[in-house]
Design a protein around this ligand. Structure first.
Ligand code: SF4
Length: 370
């Protein structure tokens, strides 16, 4: 395609986005593959305009409590994989978890995300999920905040129990929707079970987050396909994160990718899903590039972690945590500088309530998704 033909094409595509019209697969692929700075800026500016239409200048903040780094799985990209002898393992007590959640709540986050590996302690057949449910109820009771859980793939009836215990969100990232790549990234795990757990969560009345990683061997078509799955799942939140190599894993020698792919994917997600939540994670680069992620169209900052409690991030076990930069205070001044603002708790709760009410009116067809 001649250069002179590309400019109107980009404008036409962005115009379609502004009018809420769907994009074709070649159009999405074209956006994701853009390399020229001025075109990328046009995409980001459109993503910001579309975000502003639905969320104004408000940004939501998520507190993150990674309470157990034990896991029965062996994902090739993850430090917590069971065979990693160099992993930093811990399992926080209920008191420690509640303390961390309360500190986050007091600091002003809008949601608490309780994350763990598929820890055999909680997955044991006797009373395992009961103790997790007890923990969830306690955190909910003490913080009065919307709650996300990221415990891995759990049985369908446990998802229903989560809903009854007050869980608002279930996050269970596929990381790729290329089945062959999934087998490499998540050996001996079921693609379909992971995907269907999100469908079951929605059927139980829980909002869902889907996610992908860039830089793990995917191509642009894989990302385009992921956007189709996210659309079919009707995920309320969709996140993309760049791969970060982890010590003690088979992917240690793979380079962390250029952040451009993640930023373009954030922007494309915003263009495709104007009123959905799209995170900018502090877990990849800390505060560095947070501004760029927000300027690409993200409207949630995730992985705020209270300092000095011995809690880890996932991709970046310690980056910025004890220094206090992954806190509400740490991000608020940046938001101010770029003309954005921290949303109120009421803003966020209203959004969650409206989405949960909408859930009861529609349902995802499992057969269509897989
Ligand atoms: S990505 Fe999740 S399931 Fe896989 S090893 Fe890490 S903690 Fe376990």
């Amino acid at each position: 395609m001649a250069e002179k033909d590309q400019v109107p094409k980009l404008e036409e595509i962005l115009d379609k986005c502004c009018q809420g019209k769907p994009l074709s697969t070649p159009e999405i692929t074209y956006l994701l593959g853009l390399k020229e700075g001025h075109k990328i800026s046009q995409v980001f500016q459109t993503a910001q305009r579309i975000r502003a239409r639905h969320f104004g200048n408000k940004i939501f903040l998520y507190g993150f409590v990674y309470f157990s780094t034990f896991c029965r799985n062996n994902c090739t990209f993850c430090s917590s994989r069971v065979s990693n002898k160099l992993a930093r393992r811990y399992r926080k007590s209920e008191e420690e978890i509640v303390e961390a959640a309360c500190l986050l709540a007091e600091s002003g986050v809008h949601l608490i995300d309780l994350t763990m590996g598929e820890d055999p302690f909680y997955y044991r057949s006797e009373n395992g999920f009961d103790s997790l449910l007890g923990l969830i109820q306690k955190v909910k009771r003490e913080t009065h905040l919307p709650l996300m859980v990221s415990p891995g793939v759990v049985p369908k009836d446990v998802l229903a129990e989560f809903a009854r215990a007050g869980v608002d969100w279930y996050a269970c990232y596929q990381e790729t929707h290329n089945r062959q790549l999934f087998v490499y990234l998540r050996p001996e795990q079921s693609y379909d079970s992971r995907l269907s757990s999100k469908v079951y969560a929605k059927q139980s009345g829980i909002l869902i987050e889907e996610g992908i990683i860039t830089g793990v061997g995917e191509n642009l078509s894989d990302i385009v396909f992921s956007t189709e799955v996210i659309r079919t799942l009707e995920a309320q939140q969709a996140r993309v994160m760049s791969f970060v190599p982890q010590i003690g894993t088979p992917m240690l020698d793979r380079k962390s990718p250029s952040r451009l792919r993640e930023l373009m994917t954030i922007a494309v997600l915003r263009l495709l899903f104007p009123d959905r939540l799209i995170p900018a994670s502090l877990d990849v680069d800390g505060l560095d590039l947070l501004q760029e992620r927000l300027e690409a169209g993200a409207n949630v900052i995730t992985s705020l972690i209270p300092p000095r409690l011995g809690l880890s991030g996932v991709s970046q076990p310690s980056l910025g945590i004890d220094e206090g930069s992954r806190t509400v205070q740490g991000v608020a001044s940046l938001l101010d500088q770029i003309g954005m603002a921290v949303a109120t708790n009421q803003d966020y709760s209203q959004w969650v309530c409206a989405e949960k009410s909408a859930l009861t009116r529609g349902s995802v067809n499992y057969e269509v998704v897989v």
